[in-house]
Design a protein around this ligand. Structure first.
Ligand code: ASP
Length: 365
């Protein structure tokens, strides 16, 4: 499958699109087995979502089914395999939105639900007065509703992986070294953090460029290990037979984040958005930038008010809007006609699409 410069085509309408995160995925360091593992997990997620829609189900159920597969795979930064806060805890964020009634549900800094996307779904379904529950409140709600909503409650140790532990260790080491130079790793990609807008592109490149890291043997980019592993937020967007759109996003956040930090994924309009009149969007990248540029809603607004195509709106959101604050990342989007878009300004984005005839395509670069 081709990347954003060369959109895949010729297979009819798209039904469901997924992503497994965007970032500094180093092509040379990505092993064949790692690549296969990621692509086959994306494919499983596409098939799980497709089955729901093909059986006449709702796009909301399809995106939840797809995201659950990605959350269960430790290769992605969501559910099992989530990255860690700077004090070694796992706090996850997730959201769902459906485009018919603009109903949404989200959880942030949740710690005890095996599939955070199902907790977000439960907020939408069982919590009529609220959209977003956080921290202890989200955990308490999940425990209370678990049986009725079919949520699996697990011990927080379930989410921990050796990889996440090592990645945090490397992040903290790198932070220490970079601090002396007045720099800070983003915990995500090659991007800048909030407040870096006054730096020149050269300074920004230097900030987290791999070349910079090579100055410090043994320390690699936080989301990469020696085999080129990249932790990625996961998401899905879908359209069902009735033409209803839905979006879902789930993440462990950014490596070494401060406890209580919430990214864009559970923020409706930033990392997750769906409106039948325009599109459904799921984002991945430096969350603070996606929040500040309200990227999900921006794609929708460009379509609604400027009349541009889905493709053009998604492209502008990443290459014009997100660029204003020098954010890094990508988005997937779909509309009722089954048109879809996948744009990113990073080296790669794990992504895939399933078409109405059941055929799938996946790609990283
Ligand atoms: N957007 C996520 C966050 O900032 C991270 C990611 O996409 O990898 O929490």
């Amino acid at each position: 499958m081709a990347n954003q410069k060369n959109q895949p085509s010729g297979k009819g309408c798209a039904v469901l699109v997924v992503h497994g995160g965007a970032g500094a995925i180093n092509r040379e360091k990505l092993t064949a087995s790692r690549e296969r593992q990621c692509l086959s997990t994306l494919e499983q997620a596409l098939r799980a979502g497709f089955k729901v829609i093909n059986d006449g189900g709702a796009s909301l159920d399809a995106v939840v089914a797809a995201v659950k597969v990605l959350e269960d795979a430790p290769v992605f930064n969501a559910g099992k395999g989530s990255c860690m806060t700077r004090n070694g805890k796992i706090e996850m964020d997730a959201a769902v939105m459906e485009g018919t009634k603009l109903a949404a549900g989200a959880v942030a800094s949740i710690t005890c639900v095996k599939n955070p996307v199902t907790a977000a779904r439960a907020v939408l379904q069982y919590c009529p007065h609220h959209v977003l529950l956080v921290g202890g409140g989200a955990d308490a709600f999940a425990r209370k509703i678990a049986e009725e909503a079919g949520l699996k409650i697990v011990d927080p140790s379930y989410f921990r992986t050796k990889n996440a532990e090592e990645t945090l260790k490397r992040f903290l080491e790198m932070e220490k070294v970079l601090k002396k130079k007045g720099k800070r790793p983003s915990g995500l990609t090659t991007g800048a953090g909030q407040g870096d807008e006054d730096k020149s592109p050269a300074e920004l490149m230097e900030l987290e460029d791999l070349g910079d890291i090579e100055d410090f043997p043994g320390i690699v980019m936080p989301e990469l290990d020696k085999t080129g592993k990249k932790y990625g937020t996961v998401g899905a967007v879908a359209v069902d037979r009735s033409g209803a759109l839905a979006a879902a996003t789930s993440t462990g956040g950014t490596v070494g984040k401060d406890p209580g930090r919430v990214g864009d994924s559970p923020i409706i309009g930033a990392g997750t958005f769906a409106d039948n009149e325009t599109c459904a969007v799921s984002a991945t990248g430096t969350g603070e930038h996606f929040i500040r540029n309200v990227i999900g809603h921006e794609v929708s607004a460009l379509i609604r008010y400027k009349g541009v195509s889905l493709q053009e709106a998604a492209r502008q959101a990443i290459f014009v809007n997100l660029a204003r604050t020098r954010g890094d990342g990508g988005i997937i989007a779909i509309n009722r006609a089954g048109e879809f878009a996948m744009h990113y300004n990073t080296l790669g984005m794990y992504r895939g699409v399933v078409f109405a005839d059941g055929s799938v395509a996946t790609a990283i670069f």
